[in-house]
Design a protein around this ligand. Structure first.
Ligand code: NAD
Ligand code: DAU
Length: 369
């Protein structure tokens, strides 16, 4: 039985990971440590909140005393580190929070882990620090460039990517210098349930349902590799279970698409679902599909993101060959699951967007930090 601290477990991927892990390893103890920034949402953990071996702690990874206290109280042997400022556009406007959380916060966790796991008499027999990182550390690819491998030199281009690259280097250094038992995964663009509607796919879905423009940066030709979030969680599970200590593994969807094609596919999916279900027109009267118009009519090309990376692509051969990793969802099945989830969970995205989930949480649960 493991005792995990999941940092950032109220965010998009962290919450999906908590659901995944508590179903797969129900006997494990899971403590979520999350500062509940604008991107953190305790309502995303509603289905696990009452489990006896689950605990939510409202706290910041910048608070090293709190991290050490929790690790002692919980006899933590595994940290899965998701907590981060994660949105590239925000990092362009306000980089400071990215340096604080992504660099200093990660270093705080590493220092606490070193103290409790390497320098303490009652350290657990084995431990693991798994660091969740991104393909953006490798920079941008040209059209004919080979996909990123674990050997691709780091070339981060945004303050977000630079802060993540920095945290990756710190994790590596704590293994090399002190022998901390670490693994790192670098993953491509995720999509799926509980994603904050500032990222491309949920933003397009919410805007389409509410009849607002669908802002496509530049000419929409930038390319990303898209992965359904549960496949990312499964990849992390494999790295934690079978990965070599000190190693990094790329995790991807083998699914490169242009942004404009992603947006068109979201639009076509909504048109189809509205045609199949008449009730949706009553629920979302502002959606073009409610009045027989094409959702695509909302697409609006807008000013490009400064320093916009052109293409990301992941070569996940190492994870496939060493760990048996392979995504289970195609983009077609994953996007349908995502559209259906958004339609079935309107209360969730409306509440996260207007912040009212905070009231809901304070009514339903007390903060047990
Ligand atoms: P997110 O923005 O949805 O969630 C981040 C979570 O971290 C939130 O719950 C937030 O409250 C919490 N948090 C932020 N600062 C904190 C702090 N100082 N202390 C404690 N908690 C804090 O992010 P996400 O999309 O779920 O990404 C999770 C991780 O995965 C990040 O490290 C990100 O770099 C990485 N990643 C994301 C993607 C993607 O496509 N979203 C792809 C690859 C890697
Ligand atoms: O590659 C992994 C990364 O993917 C993660 O590390 C980041 O945390 C995650 O946010 C994501 O970064 P991107 O910048 O690729 O994701 P985003 O959803 O912001 O944008 C995806 C693409 O769509 C990108 O080329 C910019 C474009 N875009 C985005 C938004 C929000 C638009 O054209 N319009 C938009 O409104």
């Amino acid at each position: 039985m493991r005792s995990l601290i999941v940092t950032g477990g109220a965010g998009f991927i962290g919450a999906n990971f908590v659901h995944y892990w508590s179903n797969r390893y129900p006997e494990d103890r899971i403590v979520v440590l999350d500062a509940l920034t604008y991107a953190g949402n305790q309502a995303s953990l509603e289905s696990v909140q009452d489990r006896p071996n689950f605990r939510f702690v409202h706290g910041n990874i910048l608070d090293r005393t709190l991290i050490a206290k929790l690790m002692r109280e919980e006899s933590t042997d595994t940290i899965v580190h998701f907590a981060a400022e994660s949105h590239v556009d925000r990092s362009i406007h306000e980089p400071d929070a990215f340096i604080q959380t992504n660099v200093i916060g990660t270093h705080n966790l590493l220092m606490a882990a070193r103290e409790l796991w390497l320098d303490s008499d009652d350290a657990p027999a084995t431990h693991r620090f798994h660091h969740v990182s991104t393909d953006e550390v490798y920079g941008s690819l040209g059209v004919d460039d080979p996909a990123f491998t674990e050997q691709t030199p780091y070339a981060p281009n945004s303050p977000y990517a630079a802060s993540k690259a920095s945290s990756d280097h710190l994790v590596r250094a704590y293994h090399h210098t002190y022998g901390l038992e670490v693994t790192t995964s670098n993953c491509s663009n995720n999509y799926g349930p509980y994603q904050f509607p500032e990222k491309l796919i949920p933003l397009m879905i919410v805007n389409a349902l509410t009849g607002q423009p669908l802002p496509v940066y530049g000419d929409g030709s930038n390319i990303r590799d898209w992965l359904y979030v549960e496949d990312h969680c499964r990849g992390i599970d494999l790295v934690i279970g079978k990965g070599k200590l000190g190693a990094t593994y790329n995790i991807g969807g083998n699914n490169e698409r242009r942004n404009i094609d992603i947006v068109r596919q979201v639009c076509a999916g909504l048109d189809r679902i509205f045609a199949e279900n008449e009730k949706l027109s009553d629920r979302f009267p502002d959606a073009p599909a409610a009045s027989g118009r094409k959702t695509e009519s909302l697409i609006t090309f807008v000013k490009d993101r400064p320093g916009h990376d052109w293409r990301y692509a992941i070569d996940a051969t190492l994870a496939t060959e060493e760990l048996g990793y392979a995504p289970r969802q195609s983009f077609e099945t994953g996007i349908r699951l995502t559209l259906n989830w958004m339609l079935e969970n309107e209360h969730w995205w409306r509440a996260v967007m207007d912040g009212s989930y905070r009231e809901w949480i304070s009514k339903n649960y007390s903060d047990n930090a």
